[in-house]
Design a protein around this ligand. Structure first.
Ligand SMILES: Cc1ncc(COP(=O)(O)O)c(C=O)c1O
Length: 505
């Protein structure tokens, strides 16, 4: 039964009938039916192509064949689990893959466990940390997301902020996001790295007073769902020192940001400096370019402590030859096509284009990024940093109409996030920035001119106009939904600014 045989509507109906309703779908009121993909493009059932600015899973490039056929066909006949030693030709893909991955990491990170998803990797990382330290408490960051299994919902404020205090896990402590744009300590602070790290120390002290003991601090090396946050350099070193003094370990989640995406380094934690090495690193999404696999890498000491529990680690699909061969092919493509270099060059170019837009558009509050991991934070007021949430939704909705896929995230859903396949080009960057320029120009005209003009006049009919405009903004921007708009798992109240313009007229 091939998916292409169904009309889009039938696919939607079947999805509604058979798939759990909480499974998220992008642009839920008018989802895109993707039937193919190549490079940085995806194709719908009508053959229209979409420039993909957000898919960091199809890391190297979208591919249905090239990466996989290189590697999988010959191995698939031998696919099985990791309790057997499989030889393909003269190599064992799991150990070769482990060796190749290790070569990209500091020497201390020497032991690999292959698993099947980012969630599995982070769950195993928590087990390793707790077994090694004998402690239970975990410190996580505000707005963090680390995966969908129970143990990770517990440490993902991005998800659990919807729960009441009593439903939250008492072993979990939340530290402020080290966001120097909107966070507690901003770029004008003399030493934001120490200020944020000191807060982690306070959390440790408070936990100790209540009898808690810290097993681990976990953070994405750059926060993604949390709003493309780049922690100040030196923050991780200081946090690691506080956490290790308390007997805990540092877990760096590289599920979104690893594998050369940041351009200057292969791993995003390396942006903090050579003197910083986490105790555990977790990997996922790009590791298999869409094929489900992931990995946890740790030190010999942590791995030996895990072994000493006497409990063997068994994982049916983890480290199977097909997945590892695919993982090896992904590493080959990254290397041969210099995708890390491309991320650096194109990422810098994209950031410079966006910086110019910031000079032009008041709606742009901040541009931040490394390589092909870039955030554009939209604000209605650059001093108050009022999040421009509806405007961000308008941008991504209007881009979708023009066949460009971008998303908005962060706690206020006002950060446009770029994390495209790593083959993204300078032409792609120019195209998307050009379109954003037009949309922001129109948005600013609609908001400023309409509001300022109406606010400036004093007669009665115009006063009514003012109240109507403000009422519409209040009603639709903050309370009621016009379109149910799903973006990275959240449903937004969304109003087309076109509608606002028409209503205000
Ligand atoms: C930072 C981070 N860690 C872990 C995960 C979980 O990965 P998976 O969905 O493969 O289980 C995600 C998924 O979005 C993620 O963004």
């Amino acid at each position: 039964m091939s998916a292409e045989r169904f009309e889009k509507k039938e696919t939607i109906d079947l999805r509604k009938k058979y798939i759990g309703p909480s499974c998220k779908i992008f642009f839920s009121h008018d989802p895109i039916k993707i039937v193919g993909a190549k490079g940085q493009y995806m194709y719908d059932e009508k053959g229209q192509h979409y420039l993909d600015c957000i898919n960091n899973v199809a890391h190297g490039k979208h591919t249905c064949t090239s990466v996989y056929t290189q590697s999988t066909l010959k191995e698939s006949s031998q696919n099985s689990n990791s309790i057997f030693l499989f030889s393909v030709g003269h190599c064992h893909p799991d150990v070769v893959k482990a060796g190749r991955l290790q070569a990209t990491l500091p020497d201390k990170l020497a032991v690999c466990y292959f698993v099947n998803s980012g969630s599995e990797a982070n769950d195993l990382a928590l087990r390793l940390a707790r077994q090694y330290t004998g402690h239970k408490d975990i410190i996580t960051l505000e707005n963090a997301y680390h995966g969908h299994v129970s143990s990770l919902i517990d440490i993902s404020p991005y998800k659990f902020h919807q729960l009441s205090d009593t439903e939250q896990n008492q072993f979990v402590h939340v530290a402020s996001s080290p966001d120097v744009y909107r966070g507690k300590h901003r770029a004008d602070h003399p030493d934001p790295a120490s200020a944020y790290a000191d807060e982690v120390k306070d959390i440790i002290n408070k936990a100790h007073k209540k009898g808690g003991k810290i097993a681990a601090f976990i953070a994405e090396s750059l926060q993604s769902c949390g709003g493309q946050v780049i922690p100040p350099v030196g923050y991780f070193q200081q946090v690691a020192q506080h956490v290790r003094e308390a007997g805990g370990v540092f877990i760096a989640d590289e599920v979104q940001v690893g594998f050369g995406r940041v351009g200057s380094h292969f791993w995003a934690f390396q942006l903090q400096g050579e003197d910083f090495v986490p105790d555990i690193v977790t990997m996922g999404k790009p590791i298999g370019n869409g094929h489900p696999m992931s990995c946890v890498v740790t030190t010999k000491e942590v791995a030996e402590a895990f072994m000493s529990s006497g409990m063997e680690y068994f994982n049916t699909f983890g480290g199977n030859p097909v997945s590892c061969a695919i993982g090896l092919a992904v590493l080959d493509v990254i290397e041969k096509e210099d995708l890390q270099g491309n991320a650096l060059r194109v990422g810098q170019y994209l950031t410079s284009l966006l910086e110019k837009q910031k000079e032009k558009h008041l709606l742009i509050g901040d541009i931040r990024g490394r390589g092909l991991f870039v955030g554009v934070e939209l604000v209605r007021d650059r001093l108050k940093l009022t999040p421009a949430t509806a405007e961000a939704q308008e941008v991504i909705y209007r881009l979708k109409e023009q066949h460009i896929l971008l998303s908005a995230d962060g706690p206020h859903r006002n950060v446009l996030k770029f994390k495209p396949p790593m083959c993204f080009t300078t032409e792609d960057a120019e195209l998307v920035v050009e379109k954003i320029d037009v949309i922001l120009t129109e948005l600013e005209e609609a908001l400023d001119l309409k509001l300022n003009n109406t606010l400036a006049v004093e007669n009665e009919s115009n006063k009514r106009k003012v109240s109507l405009t403000l009422l519409i903004i209040k009603k639709y921007f903050f309370n009621e939904s016009v379109h149910d708009f799903a973006v990275t798992g959240f449903h937004f109240d969304f109003i087309s600014l076109q509608f606002l313009r028409e209503a205000a007229d």
